[in-house]
Ligand binder design. Structure first.
Ligand code: SAM
Length: 216
């Protein structure tokens, strides 16, 4: 099976499971292909991503972008984290069917795994799509990134004020790459942040506090 066939098989699997479990609002195949698959793959153009060997996707949901990237890049190791176990079970089932072996799913909150020394500051790349606003996302993500690694956020907009969070958490803004697919009516910004200093051990704050009182 080539990669295109693998993506198609994954899409068909998600659409089938979607009849039983809420995974995506997108049910039409062409729209699914563009908004979930092509959009997930946008990050593969970035040199920072290409150099990374370990990738964590926070709030992966039905595996976007994490499962699509894992199919695309078998030489990298992926960790897909989500608070909803049912969604992770679907990912595990679909990837097992395709014999994709470079994925570990992690069930729980981003704030909790970040305290585990096995995961803290241990990833080359952390990514996340459609999970929260930047001050919250930076607090979820930067504790997982190795010093010298990158957090790359898929953002539809970039208006949130995040400079205080970035400074506290040990990150530095690098640049924003726009991936525009006007033909399909989507545009995403990939915001690239480099980890320049260790994150103080007080962060992330406990589950609930991060999104209720964002670092602003
Ligand atoms: N990234 C996927 C996408 O773009 O299609 C899913 C986006 S969905 C809107 C947000 C997902 O993030 C949900 O599956 C939710 O369970 C997960 N999530 C939100 N906050 C989280 C947290 N603090 N820790 C772990 N998962 C979280």
């Amino acid at each position: 099976m080539d990669k295109k066939e693998q993506f198609e098989k994954y899409m068909e699997g998600i659409l089938q499971w979607n009849e039983k479990i809420n995974l995506t609002a997108i049910k039409e195949r062409e729209e699914f292909w563009v908004k979930h698959i092509i959009d997930s793959l946008a990050i593969t153009e970035l040199p920072e991503y290409q150099e990374g060997k370990t990738v964590l996707d926070i709030g992966t949901g039905a595996g976007f972008p994490g499962a699509i990237l894992a199919i695309n890049d078998p030489e990298k190791k992926f960790y897909l984290l989500d608070a909803l176990k049912k969604r992770l079970n679907v990912i595990d089932t679909l990837l097992l069917e395709q014999d994709v072996k470079n994925v570990t799913t992690l069930h729980g909150r981003a704030e909790d795994y970040a305290r585990d020394s096995k995961y803290r500051e241990s990833f080359d790349i952390v990514t996340s799509r459609a999970v929260s606003n930047l001050p919250v996302l930076l607090e979820y993500a930067l504790p997982y990134v190795k010093v010298g690694g990158y957090f790359i956020a898929y953002k539809a907009t970039e208006e949130e004020e995040y400079s205080k969070a970035l400074k506290i958490l040990g990150g530095e803004y690098v640049r924003t790459e726009s991936s525009k697919m006007e033909k399909y009516g989507i545009s995403h910004n990939l915001m690239v942040f480099r980890k320049v200093k260790n994150t103080p051990s007080a962060y992330p704050r406990k589950a609930g506090t991060v999104d209720k009182k964002p670092l602003k």
